[in-house]
Design a protein around this ligand. Structure first.
Ligand code: NAD
Length: 333
C-alpha cells in the first residue's frame, strides 16, 4: 500500500526502517503535520498515517475522502484529535496503536514527580556550575503520601502499581473500576473524595467531552493545599488559566506536565529562535515548582518499536481485507 506518514521525526523513521516486513508497503515520510494546508500531500496515497497533533477534523476528513482515501492509521493510542462521527459518515476506517507501552508513560509520570520532589533538575545545573550548595533543595518523601490516580486503564494501572511500590496509599477514580486493582489494595473513590484526600494527583484518563477541563476552578478548590499535580495524558484535561491561578495561590504546590492545552502549535519543534507567543505556557515556565516536558512520555525504544510493529500489522490487515484488530469505531452517545 502507498502510505503517507505525517509529522515524521528521525526516531519514527529509525524504528520503522528497522522492521524486516516494512517493505511490503511503500512509505513516504512527510515532516509537516497534517492540517488543511498540508492535506494535499496525501494525493495519490492509499492510506495516511498520523500522530497525536495531526488534526483530523471535518474539513481535513472531507478533503481526504474526496481524494479517495478510505483508511487512516494512527501511530498513537489517543484519538481525541479525530472527528469520529464525520469519519463514520464518510466511511473512513481508523486504526490506532492501543497500548504501545503503558509503562513508558507511567514511568515518565514518575520521573516528573520525582524531579519535582527532589529538585534534581536544579541540582544538576548547580553542580555543573561548580555550585555545591544544597540550600533551597529541600524536597519531600513520596513514601507515605496518598496518591490519587484518575483513569485506571493501561497507563493508570501501571502508575498505580509504581505508587504502591513507592509506599503510597493509592486512591483511584474511573468510570469503570478494576477488580484486579482493588485486590492489589487500591481504593476507588468518588472524584470529589479522591481530590480532597490526595497529596499527589496523576491524570490518566482520555480527553473526551466529559473530561475536558476536568481540572477546573471547582475541582482545584476541592484539592489539598500544596497538592502535586501530574498530567501525562492530554493537555485540555487541565484549564491552564485556572492552574496558573492555583499555582499563584499555592493551592497547587508542584505541577508536572508532559502535555499542554495549546501544544499543537508548539510541541515537537525546535522553536528556540522564535518569540514565544503563548502567554499561558510562558507564565507556567516562570514558576519554580513547574516542570514541563514536550510530550515525550511515550518516547522509549520499547514503545517506538511497539508503535512501528502495530502500525505495520494495521496496514497489513487493511491491505488483506482482514478483520481489524485495532479499529476505532464511532459510538454515538
Ligand atoms: P485506556 O483506554 O487504557 O484507559 C483510559 C481509562 O480512563 C479507562 O479505564 C477509562 O474507563 C477511563 N476513563 C474514561 N473516561 C473517564 C472519565 N470521564 N473519568 C474517569 N476515567 C475515565 O488508555 P491509556 O492507554 O491508559 O491512556 C490514557 C491516556 O494517556 C490516553 O487517552 C492518552 O491521552 C494519554 N497518552 C499520553 C501519552 C504521552 O506520550 N504523553 C502516550 C500515550 C497515551
Amino acid at each position: 500500500m502507498k502510505v503517507a506518514f505525517f509529522s515524521t521525526k528521525s526516531y519514527d523513521r529509525q524504528s520503522f526502517d528497522l522492521l524486516s516486513n516494512i517493505h511490503s508497503h511503500e512509505i513516504t515520510y512527510f515532516e509537516p503535520k497534517l492540517d488543511s494546508n498540508t492535506v494535499a500531500l496525501a494525493q495519490d496515497f492509499d492510506v495516511i498515517c498520523t500522530f497525536v497533533n495531526d488534526y483530523l477534523d471535518e474539513k481535513v476528513l472531507l478533503k481526504l475522502s474526496n481524494m479517495g482515501i478510505k483508511n487512516i492509521v494512527l501511530r498513537c493510542a489517543g484519538y481525541n484529535q479525530v472527528d469520529l462521527k464525520k469519519a463514520a459518515e464518510l466511511e473512513l476506517r481508523i486504526c490506532r496503536v492501543p497500548a504501545y507501552s503503558p509503562e513508558a508513560v507511567a514511568e515518565h509520570a514518575l520521573a516528573l514527580l520525582m524531579t519535582l520532589s527532589r529538585k534534581t533538575h536544579k541540582a544538576y545545573n548547580r553542580v555543573r556550575e561548580n555550585n555545591y550548595s544544597i540550600e533551597g533543595l529541600t524536597g519531600f518523601n513520596i513514601h507515605g503520601k496518598t496518591a490519587g490516580v484518575i483513569g485506571t486503564g493501561a497507563i493508570g494501572r501501571a502508575f498505580c502499581k509504581i505508587m504502591l511500590g513507592m509506599g503510597c496509599r493509592v486512591l483511584a477514580y474511573d468510570i469503570n473500576e478494576s477488580e484486579d486493582l482493588k485486590r492489589l489494595g487500591i481504593t476507588y473513590l468518588s472524584l470529589h473524595d479522591l481530590l480532597s484526600q490526595s497529596d499527589i494527583i496523576s491524570l490518566h484518563c482520555p480527553l473526551t467531552p466529559d473530561t475536558f477541563h476536568l481540572i477546573s476552578e471547582k475541582t482545584l478548590r476541592q484539592m489539598k493545599d500544596g497538592v502535586v499535580l501530574i498530567n501525562t495524558s492530554r493537555g485540555a484535561l487541565i484549564d491552564s488559566q485556572e492552574v496558573i491561578n492555583a499555582l499563584k495561590s499555592r493551592k497547587v504546590g508542584n505541577l508536572g506536565i508532559d502535555v499542554y492545552e495549546q501544544e499543537e502549535d508548539l510541541f515537537f519543534q525546535n522553536r528556540s529562535e522564535e518569540i514565544l507567543q503563548d502567554e499561558q505556557i510562558a507564565r507556567l515556565m516562570t514558576f519554580p515548582n513547574v516542570l514541563i516536558t514536550g510530550h515525550q512520555a511515550f518516547l522509549t525504544n520499547e514503545a517506538l518499536m511497539h508503535i512501528s510493529e502495530t502500525t505495520i500489522l494495521n496496514l497489513d490487515e487493511l491491505e488483506k481485507g482482514k478483520e481489524l484488530s485495532n479499529e476505532v469505531k464511532y459510538r454515538p452517545e
